[in-house]
Design a protein around this ligand. Structure first.
Ligand SMILES: N[C@@H](CCC(=O)N[C@@H](CS)C(=O)NCC(=O)O)C(=O)O
Length: 221
C-alpha cells in the first residue's frame, strides 16, 4: 500500500507497465511504500537528479535506505529474497522456469519494443498509423507465444492456482494492450480470462494505473 514516509520509496509513473509490476509485488507481499511520481510524459525521468538514481532514464526505481535498484525485474527479485512472505516463484523447478519465460516474453519481447521512447520515435518518423500498426504487431506476436505457452500450465492464474511472477508481468501488459491499444483479444482466450481474474484481486486493483495518485482524474488507460 502506498503510505507517505515508508522506508521503501517507489519512483513510478501511473501508466508505466514496468512500475505496475513492482506495485503488484509490493501489494502481494503487503509491503508499504512511499509513492514518488515521475512524469515520463513531461521528461521528469530525464532530469539529472533522476538519472542519478536510474542511469538509463526509465521508471521504476526502488530506494530502500542506501540501496537503489533501477529495473523492475531486479526490484522484484530483491523483494522476493528480502521479504519471503507470499513467494512469487513456485518451488517446482519447471514451473519456476515457465514463470521466468513468461515474464521475459513480456519484459524483453514485448514491452521494450513498444516503450514510450520507441513509440515516440516511430510516430515522429512515420506517423501515428505506422506506430499503432507496429505496436499491434509486437503485442500480437508476444501474446500468441504467451497464449501457447500458458495453455499447458495455467489454472486459475498463469501457472497454477497461486499468483506468481508470470502474473505480475502479464497483468500490466494486458491492461496496456486492452485499455490503451484496444487489441483484439479474440485470438487469446486464455489471456482474456486471466485478465478478468486479475481484476478480482485487490493487490492488482490497487496497482492499476487508474488507481494511482498521479493518474489523471479521467482517463481511459
Ligand atoms: N527494463 C526496465 C524497463 C523500464 C522501462 O522501459 N520503463 C518505461 C515505462 S514502462 C519508461 O520509463 N519509459 C520511458 C521512455 O521510454 O522514455 C524495467 O523493467 O524496469
Amino acid at each position: 500500500m502506498a503510505v507517505e514516509g515508508s522506508p521503501l520509496k517507489l519512483y513510478s509513473f501511473w501508466a508505466s507497465t514496468c512500475a505496475q509490476r513492482v506495485r503488484i509485488a509490493l501489494n502481494i507481499k503487503r509491503l508499504n511504500f512511499e509513492y514518488r511520481a515521475v512524469d515520463i510524459l513531461n521528461g521528469e525521468h530525464l532530469t539529472s537528479d533522476y538519472l542519478k538514481l536510474n542511469p538509463v532514464g526509465f521508471v521504476p526505481t526502488l530506494v530502500d535506505g542506501d540501496i537503489v535498484i533501477a529495473d523492475s525485474f531486479a526490484i522484484i527479485m530483491y523483494l522476493e529474497e528480502k521479504y519471503p512472505q507470499h513467494p512469487l516463484l513456485p518451488s517446482d523447478l519447471v514451473k519456476r522456469a515457465i514463470n521466468f519465460q513468461a515474464a521475459n516474453i513480456v519484459s524483453s519481447s514485448i514491452q521494450p519494443l513498444q516503450n514510450l521512447i520507441v513509440e515516440k520515435y516511430i510516430e515522429e518518423k512515420c506517423g501515428v498509423v505506422e506506430k499503432l500498426s507496429w505496436v499491434h504487431m509486437i503485442i500480437g506476436k508476444g501474446f500468441l507465444a504467451l497464449e501457447k505457452l500458458l495453455t499447458v500450465h495455467a489454472e486459475k492464474y498463469a501457472t497454477g492456482d497461486e499468483i506468481y511472477l508470470a502474473d505480475l508481468f502479464l497483468a500490466p501488459q494486458l491492461h496496456r494492450a486492452i485499455e490503451t491499444f484496444n487489441v483484439d483479444m479474440s485470438k487469446f482466450p486464455l489471456l482474456s480470462r486471466l485478465y478478468e481474474e486479475y481484476k478480482e484481486v485487490s493487490a492488482f486493483q490497487d496497482a492499476a494505473p487508474e488507481n494511482q495518485t498521479d493518474a489523471p482524474a479521467q482517463n481511459s488507460c
